[in-house]
Write a protein that binds this ligand. Structure first.
Ligand SMILES: [Zn+2]
Ligand SMILES: [Zn+2]
Ligand SMILES: [Zn+2]
Length: 139
């Protein structure tokens, strides 16, 4: 039987390796965005260079995107949209950072607003970062 992770790798033109499968499984099971450090902690023995490259190739192929949360920590989250290696990313949603659990998550239902900029300016990316207390921490 082919796992969801294997299918995803194939759909995004990535060869199957053990590290790629492990990392992808982790993203599939976590509801929050993950920094490289978090993944190292979860997976235990993993080569840092290999992991770094895995994250970069996942990002390039449209499997994961940067969950910009205004902190200096670079976090990634699984793409839920039709991101693909040819057209790139379509993750135009807000990211929420919780002050309580210090986690960052995608709020897919909140779309990044279209903003009007003065003549001469050209927007290439927009990030909507929301901070506060998340669902888990407020109950
Ligand atoms: Zn994406
Ligand atoms: Zn929280
Ligand atoms: Zn996201």
């Amino acid at each position: 039987m082919i796992s969801k992770a294997e299918k995803l790798l194939k759909a995004h033109q990535l060869r199957k390796t053990e590290t790629r499968l492990d990392v992808l499984e982790l993203f599939l099971h976590k509801k929050t965005a993950l920094a490289q450090r978090d993944i190292e902690e979860e997976l235990g023995e993993v080569d840092r260079i290999t992991l770094y490259r895995t994250l970069r190739s996942f990002e390039n192929k449209g499997l994961i995107h940067r969950a910009i949360d205004g902190s200096e920590k670079l976090r990634f989250a699984l793409c839920k949209h039709e991101c693909n290696p040819d057209e790139g990313h379509f993750d135009e949603h807000a990211h929420f950072h919780c002050y309580e659990c210090k986690q960052t998550m995608c709020l897919d239902q909140i779309h990044t607003p279209a903003v009007k900029v003065p003549t001469g300016y050209k927007i290439q990316s927009t990030h909507l970062v929301l901070k506060g207390i998340c669902e888990n921490c407020s109950t």
